[in-house]
Design a protein around this ligand. Structure first.
Ligand code: FAD
Length: 399
């Protein structure tokens, strides 16, 4: 496996164990069928509980049976899952960083007791409903509302592009609480008289909640994506996440998930590199392996350099996160860079595989298709550019 500057030599025992367990799991349980799942547009749902037993969901959190592993171990786990397929890493990211994290950080004791063990074990599946049909890059414009009626809230609105919505037991839905006081600091993009954003734990079997699968994807096919329609959906008051109000809620979850993506993208790129190198050494043209041509060597050299640079950034993020110095802007830089690397290098790897490279027998074109989603979700490449631009100049250029 590509580890050109020997980063893995410095891993601790826990990190090595997690790396090896994840590699073995994907090689034995997922890799053999992942091409078929990609073609069929299905996720291997029979593995959801097994992934829970393996400790793949939010292992960097503590309590409730969660192991509280290091941020490097968590990152390496994401890297190994995405080396197989971005759909697999998305399953772990959504369940862990986007559903368990907000419950862990902002939930009541009852909410934590009820959901964290079940989600951690994969006995329950969660999804994260932020994006709406008319509000993607600008989620603060959300139109989904929550209206207080007695000791319940009534939710109305629609969410789209929601990973796992059709198979989820619970959705973390972000909505404007019309009974709440206006935004105090303007942090949520709302005007002083606009309702603050709150998080609601919505069981998907409640009346007024429907989830439809989005079936025509050409990317992230081995992942289930859907819409959530909320029409007068009543949830009890105790389903509100009590610990957060404003866009800080969803944005803090996204920072956790993007951290995992920065690592995961390295895995996808590494897998493409390994396939391309192996193929170049095996494939003979003009009387010998194509790896002997300078043109092919230049591609491998550039790939290895780009991937190593991305690895270094991911490892540094882990150190910053571990000591509490990681900023959302650091994460933006790494998500932006590492996903672009994976997107670019998966195409080069595909090219090196010639005609065989366009089949599901090899991973690069599957990774390349997946990267179109990863480049777009969790903040598009453009939006992360603007985040960095604002951080570097002090001038916001979103509007
Ligand atoms: P838009 O915001 O309409 O953007 C269109 C284009 O305009 C992009 O290129 C964008 O970069 C550009 N653009 C927008 N604003 C600016 C600007 N100010 N300056 C310059 N360019 C700009 N969401 C969830 O809430 N939960 C999920 O689980 C989830 N899973 C997903 C799974 C998949 C497979 C996909 C494809 C998406 C998922 N998403 C999810 C949604 C995802 O986060 C959004 O697609 C993303 O935020 C972009 O929003 P949009 O698609 O509406 O594009």
């Amino acid at each position: 496996m590509l580890d050109y500057v020997g980063l893995e030599a410095d891993l601790g025992e826990e990190e090595r164990l997690i790396r090896d367990a994840a590699r073995e799991f994907v090689d034995e349980r997922v890799r053999p069928d992942i091409g078929d799942h990609f073609q069929a547009g299905t996720f291997p749902t029979d593995l959801i509980e097994e992934m829970g037993e393996m400790g793949f969901y939010a292992p960097n959190l503590d309590g409730y049976g969660l192991p509280n592993v290091s941020e490097t171990a968590y990152g390496i786990l994401m890297q190994e899952l995405e080396a197989c397929d971005s759909g697999l890493r998305s399953m772990a990211s959504v369940q862990g960083a986007l559903v368990m994290y907000p419950i862990h950080a902002y939930g009541s004791d009852e909410q934590k007791e009820r959901w964290l063990p079940a989600l951690g074990q994969g006995e329950a599946v969660g999804c994260f409903g932020l994006t709406e049909p008319d509000h993607g890059s600008d989620p603060a414009g959300m139109e989904t509302t929550a209206r207080k009626e007695g000791d319940a809230y009534v939710l109305d609105g629609s969410k789209t592009w929601i990973t796992n919505a059709p198979i989820a037991d619970v959705a973390v839905v972000w909505a404007r609480d019309e009974s709440g006081a206006g935004s105090v600091d303007g942090e949520d993009g709302a005007g002083a008289d606009e309702a603050p954003v709150r998080g609601f734990l919505v069981e998907t079997d409640r009346d007024g909640v429907t989830t439809n699968e989005i079936g025509d994807k050409l990317s992230l096919r081995a992942s289930i994506t859907g819409e959530i329609s909320l029409q007068g959906a009543r949830v009890p008051e105790e389903n509100v996440l009590p610990g957060v109000s404003g866009m800080k809620g969803p944005l803090s979850c996204l920072t956790q998930a993007r951290y995992g993506i920065a690592w995961g993208a390295v895995g996808a790129a590494r897998d493409c590199f390994e396939q391309a190198r192996e193929y170049a050494l095996d494939r003979d043209q003009f009387g010998g392996p194509i790896a002997r041509f300078q043109l092919q060597q230049e591609k491998l050299a550039e790939m290895a350099t780009q991937i190593t640079t991305a690895q270094l950034l991911a490892y540094r993020l882990a150190e910053l996160k571990e000591r509490g110095d990681l900023t959302p802007q650091h994460v933006s830089m790494a998500k932006r860079n590492n996903v672009r690397t994976a997107r670019d290098q998966s195409r080069v790897a595909r090219e090196m595989l010639g005609g065989n490279g366009i089949t599901t027998d090899y991973s690069p074109m599957r990774h390349m298709a997946n990267m179109e989603t990863v480049y777009t979700y969790e903040g598009t490449h453009d939006i992360h550019t603007l985040v960095l631009g604002e951080d570097l100049t002090g001038i916001a250029a979103y509007e």
